[in-house]
Design a protein around this ligand. Structure first.
Ligand SMILES: [Zn+2]
Ligand SMILES: [Zn+2]
Length: 357
């Protein structure tokens, strides 16, 4: 059927069906994108398990993507500087703010009262086609592969967090977590921070972080008290900046305890909605510690991510593990939990069997 496409539909909690669904119809200010790759993200696992966006099911998740424009809405080309046309290699900012609520008017689109993300709240890219707002589309430089193109979204999130934290040159940084924590470590190195310390539970990823410039790695299987170790590495003072990139109460408390007086905690890892952590107000008053939160990459975080990838400042290729067909999405979601050596798995409607990258 001409107007149908293949998609991995999350029908209900823990039920994925790969099936034929209608190709999205685009509006005048939208483009239709033929999907090349979609990176699997922790958020997809949360949606699968019903921890997130359960009220949106059935839906097609997938938000870390690259593709090629297949169709341009009537007014879409004029909404992007440089225009848009069929065949353009692109990705798209997934954050669709309303543009006129209290927060949008202040320029805080991520806090928009009717905040919507493509592939998280609306149909996304575990499919052959997706539609996107023309104004949110970004071109991929020729030098970037479609795998790198699908990595712009997670990188933009790290860039947004780094901008919020605003580390000073020479500042010490500890990153708790070695998932996207590896990218945070690289960002800290690029920002001329030192020392950069990364704490995690995965030897391979800690090694990659070290290769990307981290000064110290702390494997929690080998070091009983990572807080004490960070204090030791900083002359007993603690770090200027701590980035929590795991998302548990325990690791948040650890990250906060690693800070020196006046230090800044960057809250990046997503915890359960009702989780709480213990902090002594004393630490804010006499210790003058601060917290910055960050939930996604938006606006100029996207072109910044593209620039850093294209310039080779960040080389994500050591983090790419595999490319799989849509039919293997559910298998991949479980495999990512089971095999600690896997990092980024891309789902592609264009492949018919698993490929190791
Ligand atoms: Zn993601
Ligand atoms: Zn808004």
């Amino acid at each position: 059927m001409a107007n149908m496409m293949k998609a991995a539909v999350f029908e209900a909690v823990k039920v994925i069906k790969v099936k034929e669904v209608p190709i999205p119809e685009i509006g005048d200010e939208e483009v239709l994108i033929k999907v090349k790759n979609t990176g699997i993200c922790g958020t997809d696992w949360s949606i699968y398990n019903g921890w997130y966006s359960a009220d949106k099911l059935p839906m097609i998740p997938g938000h870390e993507f690259s593709g090629v424009i297949a169709k341009v809405g009537k007014h879409a080309a004029s909404l992007k500087a440089g225009g848009l046309k069929e065949g353009d290699r692109v990705t798209a900012d997934i954050n669709m703010a309303c543009g006129n609520c209290y927060y949008c008017m202040r320029g805080d689109q991520l806090l928009c009262d009717s905040f919507t993300q493509l592939g998280i709240h609306t149909d996304g890219t575990f499919a052959e086609y997706v539609k996107a707002r023309a104004s949110l589309v970004h071109h991929l430089p020729d030098s970037l592969s479609f795998e790198e193109g699908a990595f712009i979204e997670p990188l933009s999130c790290c860039i947004h967090a780094a901008k919020a934290m605003n580390a000073r040159i020479g500042g010490s940084v500890a990153i708790v977590g070695c998932g996207l924590g590896v990218l945070h470590a690289r960002m800290a190195v690029l920002r001329a921070c030192a020392p950069v310390i990364i704490i995690g539970d995965n030897k391979k990823r800690l090694r990659i972080a070290k290769e990307m410039g981290a000064d110290y790695t702390i494997d929690i299987h080998e070091v009983a008290d990572p807080v004490a170790e960070v204090l030791r590495l900083t002359g007993g003072r603690g770090v200027d900046y701590a980035i929590e990139a795991v998302g548990t109460t325990k690791t948040y408390e650890q990250a906060f305890a690693m800070l020196r007086k006046g230090g800044v905690l960057s809250a990046f890892g997503i915890t359960g909605e009702q989780d709480t952590m213990h902090i002594r107000p004393f630490e804010f008053v006499l210790g003058e510690k601060k917290i910055t939160g960050s939930c996604a990459g938006i606006g100029d975080d996207w072109p910044d991510a593209i620039t850093l990838l294209a310039a080779g400042r960040i080389n994500p290729k050591p983090l790419f593990s595999m490319k799989v067909p849509l039919e293997d999405l559910e298998w991949s979601l479980h495999e990512l939990r089971r095999d600690p050596n896997l990092f980024k798995i891309f789902v592609s409607p264009e492949v018919s069997k698993r490929e190791v990258l």
